[in-house]
Design a protein around this ligand. Structure first.
Ligand code: MF3
Ligand code: CO
Length: 256
């Protein structure tokens, strides 16, 4: 069932989203060569707890996810587990994916950050993955369908010759991190759930520089590109209001 949120609940989504945005903005400042992904996780946990929130990723799923955020480097698409043995180095890209719960509601957002100087083709992949998100967001209008969002993301990515990951999708969000509907990054316009006021969902293109195929890592979490080429991710939580789509986890000048 697709949950429809009241104006009061949408306001709580904004508050959780704002906290998620602040965490991403602090992570962006912290990302540099020599920093471990465990340090990034500690920083995120500290900010969320300090604000009175919780970290729903801790203990999530099977095997239980052991950290608050996902840190996915280079060919890792999503769900990289932070570790004190994983050190960022010049030329890497690292996706930080943050979920924060505050007052019973959630924000979920991801950014792929550049570590120092990065190859131009990789920088472009990161920039264009963000562009794919906004192509999808533009279609998240009352009266449209989820398939309109999906098709727009796919057209943007494939127009650049990139591979669109299909095994993982965006998702509804609210009191839980993953709710209905699924929001795939590929599909047909005019299909799927109709978009109405009060819906909340994450749009999150996961875009490979090479082929779309992915593999699951030995830790049961990390998902990597099968061809080993770099991959990028960009995600915001979106609420649908009478004024159109609103990103709760994005703030111009903060993490925009
Ligand atoms: N933030 C991810 C998403 O966009 C989910 C995190 S998986 C977890 O769906 F295990 F870390 F919780
Ligand atoms: Co998500």
């Amino acid at each position: 069932m697709v949950e429809i949120l009241s104006d009061y609940e949408l306001d709580l989504m904004r508050k959780a989203g704002r906290l998620t945005a602040v965490v991403l903005s602090e992570l962006r400042k912290a990302v540099k060569p020599g920093v471990t992904t465990k340090q990034l996780d500690d920083l995120a946990q500290m900010i969320i707890k300090e604000a009175g929130g919780t970290c729903p990723c801790v203990g999530y799923g099977e095997p239980p996810f052991p950290a608050a955020i996902c840190t996915s480097i280079n060919d890792v698409v999503v769900h990289g587990i932070p570790s004190n043995r994983v050190v960022l180095k010049e030329g890497d890209i690292v996706t930080c994916d943050v979920v924060a719960e505050l007052n019973g509601f959630m924000g979920d957002a991801a950014r792929t950050f550049l570590v120092g100087e990065v190859k131009e083709e990789t920088r472009l992949l990161v920039e264009r993955t963000k562009e794919c998100f906004f192509a999808g967001l533009e279609k998240a209008q009352i009266g449209n369908r989820i398939g309109d969002v999906s098709a727009a993301v796919q057209a943007c990515a494939e127009g650049y010759g990139y591979g669109v990951v299909r095994e993982l999708t965006g998702h509804g969000i609210g009191r839980e991190m993953h709710q209905e509907p699924d929001v795939p990054n590929y599909g047909k316009a005019g299909r799927g759930t109709r978009i109405v006021k009060g819906m909340a969902f994450c749009i999150e293109p996961m875009i490979n520089m090479g082929k779309r195929n992915v593999l699951l890592g030995h830790d049961g979490w990390a998902v990597c590109s099968a061809d080993g080429k770099p991959t990028a991710h960009y995600e915001n939580t979106v609420i649908i209001t009478e004024n159109g789509p609103e990103m709760t986890t994005y703030e111009e000048g903060l993490n925009g």
